[in-house]
Design a protein around this ligand. Structure first.
Ligand code: CA
Length: 226
């Protein structure tokens, strides 16, 4: 049973969510403050943390950075409103996904399952097919419409990472961590530059995307063209 840590200061939301998530087969521990949540995350090593960004004792994004310094536990942040800047700040600080309040418990449960699946996905040793694009991770070859693509090592890694998660928005932070194995510097243009090179090799552009779609302020996803 996945063990969740729910950090939420609102007692009504906390109680209702804890009950709903337990009913859906999760083990749930709750904490009402950021610092108690951080301590619990270190002590209990949960499988996933659901973190309310609006906490009384510490800014949610600051707390997330503190947590990231000691743990790589998957984190879903709950934001009070659809605030793009706050969401980007949370993703930059190391959140794996976000959900906008108010939300239904079943919606959060679906996000939790998706994030946990991502975490336990087998090492990429398979072939991924997205539309007319196929990526063979073991052979390190990519073919688009029957034509082999001439990719650099990083371009291939970038494409393979996205092809393994078709339709999923992947943040630049995640790409830097998983493809470049680098921490995110905020102003880093590395990912943008390589994405634009990859786009060119796929025969498309940011203004006329077919496979590679930027989601402004959040990240990028790979999709089969309609
Ligand atoms: Ca709150």
């Amino acid at each position: 049973m996945p063990q969740l840590l729910l950090v939420e200061d609102d007692p009504a939301i906390r109680t209702a969510l804890a009950r709903a998530l337990s009913e859906r087969g999760h083990g749930v521990r709750t904490e009402p403050t950021g610092m108690a949540g951080l301590q619990a995350a270190v002590d209990d090593r949960p499988d996933l943390v659901v973190l309310d960004l609006g906490l009384p004792d510490v800014d949610g994004c600051v707390l997330l950075s503190m947590l990231r310094a000691v743990s790589d536990v998957p984190v879903i942040v709950a934001t009070a409103r659809d605030d793009e800047r706050e969401t980007v700040r949370a993703l930059d600080a190391g959140a794996d996904d976000y959900i906008v309040k108010p939300f239904a418990a079943e919606h959060l449960d679906a996000r939790i399952r998706a994030v946990l699946r991502r975490g336990t996905a087998a090492e990429p040793t398979a072939t991924f097919a997205v539309g007319a694009l196929s990526v063979d991770v073991r052979a390190r070859t990519a073919v688009l419409e029957g034509r082999p693509l001439d990719l650099t090592r990083l371009e291939f890694d970038l494409l393979a990472h996205l092809a393994a998660r078709p339709g999923v928005v992947v943040s630049k932070k995640e790409l830097l961590a998983d493809v470049w194995h680098q921490p995110y510097g905020g102003a880093d243009k590395t990912v943008d530059v390589h994405l634009s090179w990859l786009r060119r090799k796929l025969g498309e552009s940011a203004s006329a995307p077919r496979y590679l779609h930027s989601v402004r302020g959040v990240g990028v996803k790979l999709l089969a063209p309609p």
